[in-house]
Design a protein around this ligand. Structure first.
Ligand SMILES: [Zn+2]
Ligand SMILES: [Zn+2]
Length: 316
């Protein structure tokens, strides 16, 4: 493929979809092949974290990195996962758009892409068709390989007709680099403005980009990926679901509630994934707060019958 076209795919995933269909990359052969040119930005982002060696660090940079991790993790779990994938609550079109921007800034591709692959995961959990099953394809593939494979770059459009109705979501899905690039620009401008007006903070544009985007986003990637890898391997099983999902309190803290993954596979439709008060689920608390502000409503709760523990004899 010519170079110009290859580069265009970084910015316009719509052009990539056509390529995939023409080359057959979206078929079975592309499912396990990593297109290194296409994933170069992802690789470069990892390497860019070393930039902290030159930019140094400041309290402002660390606070920015942590805050952007938290805001965008909430965007991924509340919006991409619980709303787009599972329709666990209702919101207005305006709030839907704002949440899509926040989640999109995590650089985990667009809402249609994320939700369609996730719906496919629930329909085929740990079966041969499940593209990020550790049982089927190995641990490393479940964590990161599948995300980089040519065959998994296109959204499974047929699985998300409810989301595809919205032109703005389709646009954010096609140009999924828009929100991350906007965040990078905002960080750079803010950092430069702080350097001029508040030199005592010892920060600048490059430092805020390295910490607030590069490092924060990389940690966010791998924390999210643990739910496909570690949360199908390590933890306890309360429910005898037809997959390897586990409840893992450490992952639940790291991912704002997603670590209660066995609960989630047992009843995917609820707004909460911590089913009992001791199962900390920060995303659910956030959604309850947004409900108080009347920004979201009709949070789906877990039916009492679903809470009945179905323990297995041992293992799975
Ligand atoms: Zn799962
Ligand atoms: Zn799910």
């Amino acid at each position: 493929m010519e170079m110009r076209h290859a580069l265009l795919r970084w910015f316009d995933s719509g052009s990539a979809d056509a390529d995939d269909q023409a080359s057959g990359a979206s078929g079975a052969s592309g499912a396990s092949r990593i297109d290194w040119l296409r994933v170069l930005p992802f690789v470069v982002l990892h390497v860019a974290c070393i930039g902290a060696w030159w930019t140094g660090v400041s309290a402002t940079a660390v606070v920015t990195a942590v805050a952007l991790y938290a805001i965008r993790m909430f965007g991924i779990t509340a919006f991409y996962h619980r709303y787009c994938s599972h329709r666990a609550f209702v919101t207005s079109r305006a709030t839907q758009f704002v949440l899509a921007l926040i989640a999109g800034a995590a650089a985990q591709r667009g809402p249609l892409w994320w939700a369609s692959h996730h719906r496919h995961h629930h329909a085929n959990s740990d079966q041969p068709q499940d593209v990020h099953s550790a049982r089927q394809h190995g641990f490393l593939w479940s964590h990161i390989g599948w995300f980089l494979a040519s065959g998994n770059f296109s959204a499974r459009s047929g699985l998300v007709p409810d989301l595809a109705r919205f032109a703005e979501l389709r646009w954010l899905d096609r140009f999924d680099v828009a929100a991350p690039l906007a965040l990078i620009a905002m960080l750079y401008v803010t950092g430069e403005a702080l350097a001029v007006n508040f030199p005592g903070l010892q920060t600048n544009g490059a430092q805020l980009v390295v910490w607030g985007f590069c490092i924060s986003t990389i940690v966010l990637y791998h924390a999210t990926f643990t739910i496909n890898s570690l949360a199908h391997r390590f933890g306890t099983r309360r429910y005898a679901t037809h997959d390897d999902s586990r409840n893992n309190p450490w992952l639940a803290l790291l991912t704002f509630g997603e670590g209660w993954h066995n609960n989630h596979h047992h009843f995917p439709g609820s707004a909460s994934q911590g089913f009992f008060w001791w199962e900390i689920d920060i995303t659910y608390w956030g959604l309850r707060f947004l409900q108080r502000l009347r920004l979201v409503w009709n949070l789906r709760e877990v039916p009492t019958a679903m809470l009945c523990v179905r323990l297995e004899p041992e293992g799975i």
